[in-house]
Design a binder for this molecule. Structure first.
Ligand code: HOZ
Length: 428
C-alpha cells in the first residue's frame, strides 16, 4: 500500500510543530489516527494530501458558510489584495463592515474589529470589568470562549477533548475570579447572583453551546441570565463567534430574542480570513481606548483582506432564503442519520439549529455538560473514522458541532446518510 502523504506530513510536522498541528483539536488525538492535511477546497468538498475527496461538515470550524472558494469571496479578496495587504491605519472598508454589522445585529450600537474570536471575548471581558469596576465573571462548564486566561477554566472544545478543561499556566488567582456554573441550570444561576451579585462584572455564554457538541439553551435559561444581569448591574456577553450569522442572519440573539449588552463575533464574519469583532451598548463601548480607559489594540485589526472576505460573505448570507436552505439541509442530515440509526437499533440521535448540527451516541440530545460527557465517545470515534473512510468529513471530536454550507446539495446530504446507513447496518 502506498504511503499516505497525510502520514508523511504529520510525522514531519511533529518534529517542528507541537503535536504536529497549530490548534490542538486538529490533531485527531481523541478520535485516534492521522489528521488529514488539506490541499484544496471547492464548494462543499475538500481534498486531502492523498487527493481523497470528502464532503466537508467542518467548514473551517464554521466560517465557510458559503462553501470553499466562493467566487465572489475570492474575487473580493483578490481585489483588496491588489490595493494593499494592510496599512495599520483606518480604511473606508472598516466603516462599511461596521455599518453592516451594527445594522444586522442591532444590539451592537458600536463595534470594534479584531482578528480572532479569542481576542474578541478576551477584550469583552476586560471591557465589562473596566465598565463595572468588578472582577468576577461567570461562565458555564463546557462553553469555550477562546483561550485567554480568564476563560480557559472548565472550557470546551480542544480543552475538553483532551481532558484539560482548565489549562496549566492559568494563575490560580485569576481562575478564582471565574465562577463556573452548569449550562441550562437557572436555579444555580439565581443562587450565584443572590450570593455574589455585587461582585459580578459579566456573564459570558454561548447562546447555543457548540464547543461541547451542540447543546440547545432552555429559553428560561437565557431569559433568567438577561434579567439577573440587568437587576445586578452585570454585563451580559453573548458569545456569537460560532452562532453569529450561522444560526440566523441575526445570530442566536435574533433567533431566541435576547438582548445582550455585548456581543462577540468571529468565524462567518471573516469569511474564512482572520476577522472578528465585539460590540454592544454605546455607553459600554465608549470605555474602550482611545475614548476610555480600557485598552485594546491590534496591528492586523480591520485587515483589508479579512474585511473584504467578511463583507463578501455577509453579502451572500443576506440573499433571500439563505438560512431557510441551510436549515433544510441540516434537518435533512440529522433526520436522515437518526432514522437510519433507529432502523438498525443503534443508540444515536442528532439535532440542528440553523446551519449547525450535533450528533450524539446517546438516546436523547444532551442538555448539560454532564449529559454530553456521558455519551458514548468510543462509538463516536468509530463512526467518525468510518464516515471519513466513506468520504464524509466530520469534526474530529465528539465535543464539537458540525456545519453545513450553502454549497452543500441535497445529493451531498443523501450521500452522507447512505454512508452512515451502511455503517449503522454493520454496527454491533
Ligand atoms: N475552536 C475550534 C473548535 N471549536 C477549533 C479551531 C481550529 O482548530 O481550527
Amino acid at each position: 500500500m502506498a504511503t499516505s502523504q497525510n502520514q508523511v506530513l504529520f510525522e514531519q510536522s511533529q518534529q517542528l510543530i507541537p503535536g504536529g498541528v497549530n490548534s490542538p483539536v486538529r490533531a485527531f488525538k481523541s478520535v485516534g489516527g492521522t489528521p488529514l492535511f488539506f490541499k484544496r477546497g471547492q464548494g462543499a468538498h475538500v481534498w486531502d494530501a492523498d487527493d481523497k475527496q470528502y464532503i466537508d461538515y467542518v467548514g473551517s470550524w464554521g466560517p465557510m458558510i458559503a462553501g470553499h472558494c466562493h467566487p465572489e469571496v475570492v474575487k473580493a479578496v483578490q481585489d483588496a489584495a491588489a490595493q494593499g495587504l494592510g496599512f495599520g491605519a483606518p480604511t473606508a472598508a472598516e466603516l462599511d463592515i461596521a455599518t453592516l454589522l451594527t445594522k444586522l445585529v442591532p444590539s451592537m450600537e458600536m463595534v470594534r474589529l479584531v482578528s480572532s474570536g479569542t481576542e474578541a471575548t478576551m477584550t469583552a471581558i476586560r471591557l465589562a470589568r473596566g465598565f463595572t469596576g468588578r472582577s468576577r465573571i461567570i461562565k458555564f462548564e463546557g462553553c469555550y470562549h477562546g483561550h485567554s486566561d480568564s476563560l480557559l477554566v472548565k472550557a470546551g472544545s480542544g480543552a475538553l477533548t483532551f481532558g484539560n478543561p482548565s489549562s496549566a499556566g492559568v494563575p490560580a488567582e485569576l481562575a478564582a475570579l471565574t465562577t463556573v456554573l452548569q449550562y441550562n441550570d437557572v436555579a444555580e444561576l439565581e443562587k450565584t447572583f443572590a450570593d455574589l451579585g455585587k461582585e459580578i462584572a459579566a456573564v459570558i455564554v454561548e447562546p447555543v453551546a457548540g464547543n461541547m457538541n451542540l447543546i440547545m439553551p432552555k429559553p428560561e435559561f437565557l431569559k433568567a441570565m438577561r434579567d439577573l444581569c440587568t437587576k445586578h448591574g452585570a454585563v451580559l456577553i453573548v458569545d456569537e463567534v460560532m452562532t453569529g450569522f450561522r444560526v440566523s442572519l441575526q445570530g442566536a440573539q435574533g433567533y431566541f430574542g435576547i438582548q445582550p449588552d455585548l456581543t462577540t463575533l468571529g468565524k462567518v464574519m471573516g469569511g474564512g480570513l482572520p476577522a472578528a469583532a465585539f460590540g454592544g451598548r454605546r455607553d459600554i463601548m465608549q470605555h474602550l481606548a482611545p475614548l476610555g480607559p480600557v485598552y485594546q489594540a491590534g496591528t492586523l485589526s480591520g485587515n483589508p483582506l479579512a474585511v473584504a472576505a467578511g463583507m463578501a460573505t455577509l453579502k451572500l448570507v443576506q440573499q433571500p432564503g439563505f438560512y431557510a436552505y441551510l436549515e433544510k439541509l441540516a434537518k435533512r442530515l440529522t433526520e436522515g442519520l437518526s432514522a437510519s440509526a433507529k432502523k438498525h437499533g443503534v443508540t444515536f440521535c442528532a439535532q440542528s439549529v440553523g446551519g449547525m448540527f450535533g450528533v450524539y451516541f446517546s438516546a436523547t440530545p444532551p442538555s448539560s455538560f454532564a449529559e454530553v460527557t456521558a455519551s458514548d465517545t468510543r462509538a463516536f470515534n468509530r463512526f467518525f473514522h468510518a464516515m471519513m473512510e466513506a468520504g464524509s468529513y466530520l469534526a474530529p471530536s465528539a465535543y464539537e458541532a458540525g456545519f453545513v454550507s450553502s454549497a452543500h446539495t441535497e445529493a451531498d446530504i443523501d450521500e452522507t446518510i447512505a454512508a452512515a446507513d451502511k455503517i449503522f447496518a454493520a454496527w454491533q
